[in-house]
Ligand binder design. Sequence first.
Ligand SMILES: C[C@H]1O[C@H](O[C@H]2[C@H](O)[C@@H](O)[C@@H](O[C@H]3[C@H](O)[C@@H](O)[C@@H](O[C@H]4[C@H](O)[C@@H](O)[C@@H](O)O[C@@H]4CO)O[C@@H]3CO)O[C@@H]2CO)[C@H](O)[C@H](O)[C@@H]1N[C@H]1C[C@@H](CO)[C@H](O)[C@@H](O)[C@@H]1O
Length: 403
Amino acid sequence: AATACGGDDGGDNGGGSGEGGELSGTVTYWDTSNETEAAVFEAVAKEFEDQHPGVTVEYVNVGFDDAQNRFKNAAGANEAPDVMRTEVAWVADFASLGYLYPLDDTAALEDQEDFLAEPWASTQYEGQTYAVPQVTDTLALFYNRALLDEAGVEVPESLDQIREDAAAYEDAGTTPLYVRGDDPYWFLPFLYGEGGDLVDAEAQEVTVDDAAGVAAFEQMNDLVESGVAITDTSDGWENMMSAFAAGDIAMMINGPWAIADAQNALGDDLGVAPVPAGGEAAGSPLGGWNYGVYAGTPDADASFEFVKYMASAETQARITEELSLLPTRESVYAEPAVEGNEMVQFFKPAVDVAHERPWIPQAQSLFEPLRISIEAMLTGSASPEQAANDTGDAYRDLLEDWQ
Ligand SMILES: C[C@H]1O[C@H](O[C@H]2[C@H](O)[C@@H](O)[C@@H](O[C@H]3[C@H](O)[C@@H](O)[C@@H](O[C@H]4[C@H](O)[C@@H](O)[C@@H](O)O[C@@H]4CO)O[C@@H]3CO)O[C@@H]2CO)[C@H](O)[C@H](O)[C@@H]1N[C@H]1C[C@@H](CO)[C@H](O)[C@@H](O)[C@@H]1O
């Protein structure tokens, strides 16, 4: 619950005394950040209290995996948090259910023209703004320079190049690549690498089981079957991060949320590069996170001011300095500390060419069927082609009257 006393004067709510601007109440914020990120996001969130002594910030860290359903269940019972870290594909889902506060003309939106086009697009639903961008991201190749040097190989620009160098990696006693088999997001670079996509939202057509889609499943399966890559169908995050930190694998595909941990483990041996190309192209998916305000928040003024503070250029610059996460405000990339960040220098151009996704309510439901098919393929109970077809069939059930 958050109660404002006196209208928001829109100015610097520096906790000044007297008329307007003083906020009071509690802002409960559910954050899905991983352990390393959470330490920073919690500290930043709590500092809002310094500026607004009358407000209490309840920071709650919720795991990514079930956060989407947890929020929907809570909102359905009118017990949702005032502010929710909302994955880019969840905005349309939550907004279509009426669970998010329309933020146009509220204090939550400040300098909205400063936001990058794609993150901003993920906050729109039926012509209104239902969230405010936080971070944007894509997948890239993280590599261990020392292990590549030991094997005497270059940073691969294609999956075939890794296959060609397989003997060199083997002689050096290192497994080239870790591929996540438990998170379908990691399948997308293979799909884009064959020139495919999950669906064609414009044409309302399912494309995951076309020739490019089948080729993508075959790419992934072959990397694992040939021993070039190792994978898991559960606990992929922990297994991948610990294998990379221990030097058991030379490379992994990952995103900016893994930078801090990877740098702690490898120091200067850490390098990043575009995801290796497949048979047709090289492509990586656009991901990221926004701040959503619960539609039923008892009094939204403190929540709006909290979101404005968290999404401000100043806060975004601080998050990038501490975690190398990518800002969603164009102006922040010009900050010297951000501009000088080697990881931002790499990831910003990568995000600029990342594969856009359809911001439709159904988009978020395309991943679970994909996860199930990938698991069936990797455990040998479905061929790559069967996995592609099963995914396509599941999509046509989900997306009635799509081709
Ligand atoms: C299956 C899920 O499919 C989709 O999710 C896509 C997602 O749309 C893609 O964008 C992508 O997300 C990127 C993300 O952009 C990227 O930033 C990063 O996030 C980091 C954070 O950066 C880091 O801070 C930390 O938090 O850690 C985060 C996580 O790493 O990596 C994410 C990918 O991991 O990929 C997701 C697919 O995984 C659905 O949206 C559902 O989530 C669905 N799960 C439901 C399914 C329900 C049915 O069973 C089940 O009942 C329900 O309980 C489950 O909730």
